[in-house]
Design a protein around this ligand. Structure first.
Ligand SMILES: C[S@@+](CC[C@H](N)C(=O)[O-])C[C@H]1O[C@@H](n2cnc3c(N)ncnc32)[C@H](O)[C@@H]1O
Length: 406
């Protein structure tokens, strides 16, 4: 089994062309947003997490135990890992099962049992790194963050460290800054898509007054930067009365402020610390005041998604849009960056709800559609048509969740 390792010496020119049926589905975006390099990089990042998952399970000593069928909880007990690590262990097992390295017992036979299909292949992360460097070295920021998470897994598994201690320490912050950056194409695509959709859908009518825009979870400002560029590109900056970029993390917020305020001197660009889990009206956002509520990769961490969507709806003026860039769970059920996020409580400790929020973490396109409709949004749409794209390119997970206040 070669675990999908591409030829490391293949020249860039031999990159397989993406399925031509994708082109019409992505026609609303500039050609350089979804280019061949990006498609190949997404596939390679998927493969990289498979190799890391094999490596982590080997380091935990799971290989010999999986000669016999085991549920994740049984394996966790065998390996002496803490109960809180079982969901992460299940994710690793699922990753290997999807690649055929493990056999997963069908649900009717008890479900959730895994057994090795044969000897495990050796992880080849170094070869994959070289390949990523050849395709687009800027994407190594994603592999660096994945590596840091994988390196911490054994300590997190045994409870000698939490995911937060391992990955949110001051030493780890540069990894996040490099990842959540428009210089990292694997992340920048999320910002470009949702910023482009936001600028296009913004309700701008001649004679209307200035627009108040609200951003949630702005982080260090990469999504704000993308939004400003798109608004500028469409000549809309002059229509902005106020852009309130909010981020609870003081370190990230200050970085965003430093990076952006000087670049847009005439713009009322303000920064504040809004927490989406508490009423927004007490945090500087008047009801019915916003033409746009914009958030990139934020709303899936809402402790209570119904509550936060309700707050977004209440903050919008009639006709205003919520545009939430989200990583959209593909049919395989797994997103490669979950290898990082699933060991962080902010990602996993959310209220679930059988109807609207069946599990923590990323939601699928259809789940977002239902959640926004249930919250009272109109004209709900997921852009681009991610469900159709995922049928052609299963690893595709970039989209904007859009809904309008009637
Ligand atoms: C994935 S980052 C995205 C940052 C930024 N939007 C970007 O694209 O560069 C998610 C952000 O959500 C913020 N966040 C986490 N919990 C939050 C909460 N309860 N309310 C508001 N923001 C939150 C985090 O601090 C983090 O900056």
């Amino acid at each position: 089994m070669n675990m999908g390792i591409p030829q490391s010496n293949s020249p860039l020119g031999s990159t397989p062309r993406p399925d031509p049926r994708l082109a019409p589905l992505l026609a609303g975006y500039p050609a350089d947003v979804f280019d061949a390099r990006l498609h190949e990089s997404i596939g390679l990042a998927e493969t990289y997490t498979l190799h890391l998952a094999v490596d982590v399970l080997q380091r935990l000593g799971a290989g010999p135990r999986l000669r016999e069928p085991r549920r994740a909880a049984e394996l966790a007990a065998d390996l002496g890992v803490v109960a809180g690590f079982v969901p992460a262990l299940s994710w690793l097992l699922g990753r290997l099962a999807a690649a055929g390295i493990l056999l997963a017992a069908p649900a009717a036979a008890g479900g959730g049992r895994y057994q090795s299909a044969g000897p495990w292949p050796d992880p080849q992360t170094a070869a994959l790194r070289r390949r990523m460097a050849a395709i687009d070295g800027r994407n190594l920021a994603a592999l660096d963050l994945l590596d840091a998470a994988a390196a911490a897994y054994p300590a997190i598994a045994t409870g000698s460290m939490t995911g937060e201690q391992a990955l949110l320490s001051p030493e780890a912050i540069p990894l996040w800054l490099a990842y959540f950056s428009n210089r990292n194409p694997l992340y920048a695509v999320h910002n470009r898509v949702s910023a482009g959709d936001a600028a296009r859908l913004l309700p701008v009518r001649p004679g209307d007054g200035g627009l108040c825009l609200l951003e949630l979870g702005a982080g260090a400002g990469s999504s704000t930067e993308a939004l400003l560029q798109e608004l500028d590109g469409r000549g809309l900056l002059g229509r902005v009365e106020r852009l309130l970029a909010t981020e609870p993390g003081a370190l990230f917020r200050r970085r965003a402020q430093r990076a952006l305020v000087g670049r847009y001197p005439g713009l009322a660009l303000e920064f504040a610390a809004l927490d989406i889990d508490r009423p927004w009206s007490g945090q500087g956002v008047a009801p019915a005041s916003c033409a746009l509520v914009f958030a990139v990769n934020v709303l899936h961490v809402a402790k209570d998604l119904r509550f936060s969507l309700g707050q977004a709806l209440a903050s919008l003026a009639p006709g205003g849009w919520l545009i939430a860039g989200e990583c959209l769970r593909p049919p395989s059920g797994q997103v490669h960056m979950e290898l990082v996020f699933q060991v962080l409580g902010s990602f996993t400790d959310v209220a679930t709800d059988a109807a609207l929020r069946p599990r923590p973490g990323f939601l699928a396109a259809e789940e977002w559609h239902q959640a926004l409709a249930a919250a009272g949004f109109h004209d709900v749409q997921i852009l681009p048509d991610v469900a159709a794209i995922q049928r052609l390119l299963p690893a595709f997970c970039v989209g904007s969740v859009c809904g309008r206040r009637p």
